[in-house]
Write a protein that binds this ligand. Structure first.
Ligand SMILES: Nc1ncnc2c1ncn2[C@@H]1O[C@H](COP(=O)(O)OP(=O)(O)OP(=O)(O)O)[C@@H](O)[C@H]1O
Length: 425
């Protein structure tokens, strides 16, 4: 169990959601001492519509925490409540242990960065950064010292005299962050700050923001609908759907061990097969797809023989020519490099071993979707119109494959995971 972010999903949780509630899930429990932000049973309604529905979580000091979810799921409403721009209908928001109820936005130890950075165009970089300190009535000498210091921390030493128009998009982003950091907030809230940047700059800024956060050590709470941003930058990610948190976990665990069909479908690319569970023993099952193929897969808790299921399998787990390849079997939950919270392999499960793929199927190649390292084969299983995406490694081994070819693909019995049919919608 992570100590820095508690995957608290309370009574209102969706079916299939991780329910590893921590003691601090109780509204009366005090937040973890090292938590910069603690949110407990937060609810926000707009008339009859519930935008944020019983959300609880904690973020430990110095962590990068993201809230990932589709448009309209309630991310901005949640962030605005933390910043103090919206009042919750119920629930508690505490920052560094202090209840924020009734505290005005400008008195909260948080700062909010929007997609549109709103730097003052007629002010220099230094004047922009100094703005908040001046309003606080700080002495000029101290302001100059702090502005210089923060510009160094964000990698812009000597930029104080420049005007915003003279800066690149990435540099403007860093000035916006410096303008907040100079006020020494406990928590920096970021509302899709990379959304307005072009793709290349966004890719670059993902890495920069992660590095910057690690250097300055301020707690970041970042909202986005872009899974790549959330996965690349965050220590922990909450996946939000229709006002609720479906899962709070490390990026690796979200990807490898989704707790719900929604998470399995929303995080990463995936193939979905509909079928019926023919056997279920513990978390291992046998699925008969609607086309009549039989596959071994992991099974979410609570599913019994005869249940209608959706089986999720990632394109990169599907191997071309499984006779020439081998599958890794066993449950890999983390590699111990910074996850810190999970052992390398789940519980007492044996170490993963290489062996023949348990599942295999003949497919016909419909198209080659070339996209460099993300290249895919679009295939149909024999006798079926179902689309199955298969990763196409660019290692020259598969250069001979062309549309119309019939090939065998296969995957490990633990690579697919089944949830109740339709539960991801
Ligand atoms: N002031 C308001 N009055 C009524 N409904 C609102 C209000 N603010 C938000 N909503 C509704 O609450 C839901 C959640 O909105 P919110 O902006 O929090 O979503 P979001 O996840 O941030 O979406 P996006 O990524 O598109 O910004 C939406 O259905 C929205 O229409």
């Amino acid at each position: 169990m992570p100590t820095d972010i508690l995957p608290v999903v309370s009574s209102g949780a969706s079916p299939g959601v991780s329910t590893s509630a921590s003691p601090s899930a109780s509204p009366t429990a005090s937040p973890t001492a090292s938590a910069d932000l603690s949110v407990t049973h937060l609810v926000k309604r707009f008339e009859k519509f519930t935008a944020v529905n019983d959300v609880s979580f904690e973020v430990e000091r110095g962590k990068f925490f993201s809230i990932l979810g589709p448009s309209g799921c309630g991310k901005t409403t949640l962030l605005r409540m933390i910043a103090g721009f919206e009042s919750p209908d119920s629930g508690v928001i505490a920052i560094r242990g202090r209840d924020m109820a009734g505290i005005a936005p400008n008195r909260r130890p948080v700062n909010l960065i929007f997609q549109h950075l709103a730097l003052f165009p007629m002010m220099s970089v230094a004047e922009n950064v100094a703005f908040g300190l001046k309003r606080r009535g700080m002495a000029g000498g101290e302001i100059t010292r702090r502005v210089q210091d923060v510009l160094e921390r964000v990698g812009l030493p000597g930029y104080g005299g420049k005007m915003p128009a003279q800066l690149s998009g990435g540099q403007k982003q860093r000035v916006a962050i410096a303008r907040c950091l100079v006020l020494e907030p406990a928590v920096l809230l970021l509302d899709e700050p990379l959304g307005a940047l072009d793709l290349k700059l966004r890719e670059q800024m993902k890495v920069e923001l992660k590095t910057l956060q690690a250097e300055v050590g301020t707690t970041f709470v970042y909202i986005t609908h872009d899974q790549s941003e959330a996965l690349v930058m965050s220590d922990h990610v909450a996946v939000m759907n229709a006002g609720r948190f479906e899962q709070v976990d490390t990026p690796r665990n979200l990807y490898r061990r989704p707790a719900s069909a929604f998470v399995a479908g929303f995080v990463g690319e995936t193939n979905v097969w509909s079928g019926t569970l023919e056997e279920a023993t513990g978390d291992a099952g046998l699925v008969r797809t609607d086309e009549g193929a039989v596959f071994r897969a992991r099974v979410a808790a609570g599913l019994a023989r005869g249940a209608r299921v959706d089986m999720f399998i990632r394109p990169e787990a599907v191997l071309i020519d499984p006779d020439g390849a081998t599958c890794v079997t066993g449950d890999v939950t983390g590699n111990g490099e910074g996850d810190g919270d999970v052992p390398d392999y789940a519980g007492d499960a044996p170490l993963p071993v290489r062996g023949p793929c348990a599942n295999r199927v003949q497919v016909q190649v419909q198209a080659i979707l070339f996209d460099g390292a993300a290249s895919r084969l679009l295939t149909h299983p024999e006798g079926s119109r179902r689309e199955v995406m298969v990763a196409l490694p660019q290692n020259r081994l598969y250069d001979h494959i062309k549309p119309g070819d019939r090939i065998t693909v296969g995957w490990d019995d633990r690579a697919g995971i089944c949830f109740a049919a339709g539960s991801g919608k």
